[in-house]
Each structure stands twice: as structure tokens, then as C-alpha cells.
Design a protein around this ligand. Structure first.
Ligand code: IMP
Length: 186
């Protein structure tokens, strides 16, 4: 879905990052990852469904072998707020013992979901667990979790596109855009 063709139909305030900007930033992140993980096997762990696009483009930007696995979690909460109470809907297929795990995230807001995920994955005996996220909101800076790779620090707005949804819509928007507040406050 391309914003320029359908803008009139969508509740979008402004484009924050275009597809080109996102892909360029992911290539830079991939270059850093290649250096940091030289000589190590990487297992990329994506969190469904939001991280699908980031995983696809980050993985393809890496000029080396990587494995990919997926988890689906549900963070209880309604609308645009997350609660930190997490339930596993689909677990990994991979045994994490001795693995270098790189969690691939679309966005970190409060970081509650991520803190829970890190504790959970670390309990499975991996060699390392690090995080790569395309987007990070200001509240995430308060978390005590170190995020090793950050694409963009963004303002505190609700964003959609490039895998991110509002009520399961807008995931297929190519860019990342700010959703008009009236959509979720009306
Ligand atoms: P956190 O636990 O507050 O960090 O929220 C993490 C999850 O909430 C993300 O993986 C998204 O699914 C969702 N989320 C947080 N902010 C946004 C947003 O601006 N747009 C779409 N989803 C979001």
C-alpha cells in the first residue's frame, strides 16, 4: 500500500519515514551487526506480527547466514496502550541453548513486552541475547534494558505502517506514518 495513492482514504497525519529511509537505516544496522557478530552464528527472533517487515528487510541486508524464528505473544491491553502482561501464543521452534539470539522488534514503547521477553529467552540458556528495533519511543529510555541496535528514536505518537498496525490495519503501508489521534480518541 502506497500512501501517495490512497492518502485521502486513510487517517494518517504525516509520513515519518519513507520506505527508502527505512531500508537505508536497516542496511546501516546490518553492517554494524555483521561486524559485532563476526565468527558467531546468529538466530534472529522476530515477534509477530509487527516485526515481519523489519525481519524480512534486516535479514536480507545481512551479507551472511542467519537463522530466523518467530514468537507470537499477546500483550494484554486495549487500543494503543500495552500492559506488560504477556501470554505466549506461539513459541519458538528452536532450542536456544548456546545460541546468539538477536531479537528483532518493530517498536519499543514502554518496553514492558520486551523486558518480559528478554527474561523469558535468557532463562533458556542462550550464549547472548541482544535487541534490534526499528523504532524506539521516548518512554523506552526509562527501561533498564540495553537496546543494542536502534533504527530511529521517534516522538511519542502512535505510528502505523511497515508492519505496525492499529486494530490490524495499516500493516501493509510501505512507510511509517503517524496515525491521526482522532482515530483512537473518538
Ligand atoms: P511496549 O510493551 O509498550 O514496548 O509495546 C510494545 C508493542 O506495542 C509493540 O510491539 C507494538 O505491537 C505495540 N505498539 C507500541 N507503540 C505502538 C505504535 O505507535 N504503533 C503500533 N503499535 C505500537
Amino acid at each position: 500500500m502506497d500512501l501517495t495513492h490512497v492518502e485521502g482514504d486513510l487517517d494518517i497525519d504525516q509520513t515519518l519515514y519513507t520506505e527508502e529511509q527505512i531500508l537505508a537505516r536497516l542496511r546501516e544496522m546490518a553492517a554494524e551487526i555483521e561486524v559485532d557478530y563476526e565468527g558467531k552464528d546468529i538466530l534472529l527472533v522476530g515477534v509477530l506480527k509487527g516485526a515481519v517487515m523489519v525481519m524480512a528487510d534486516l535479514a536480507r541486508s545481512l551479507d551472511r547466514h542467519v537463522e530466523m524464528d518467530w514468537m507470537a505473544v499477546s500483550s494484554y491491553g486495549s487500543g494503543t496502550k500495552s500492559s506488560g502482561v504477556v501470554r505466549i501464543l506461539k513459541d519458538l521452534d528452536t532450542d536456544l541453548t548456546g545460541r546468539h539470539v538477536l531479537i528483532v522488534e518493530d517498536i519499543i514503547d514502554t518496553g514492558l513486552t520486551l523486558s518480559w521477553l528478554i527474561t523469558n529467552l535468557k532463562s533458556r540458556g542462550p550464549a547472548s541475547v541482544e535487541i534490534a528495533t526499528l523504532l524506539r519511543k521516548p518512554d523506552a529510555l526509562q527501561m533498564d534494558v540495553d537496546v543494542r541496535y536502534v533504527g530511529f528514536d521517534i516522538p511519542n505518537a502512535f505510528v502505523v505502517g511497515y508492519g505496525l498496525d492499529y486494530a490490524e490495519k495499516y500493516r501493509n503501508l510501505r512507510d511509517v506514518a503517524i496515525l491521526s489521534p482522532h482515530v483512537y480518541t473518538d
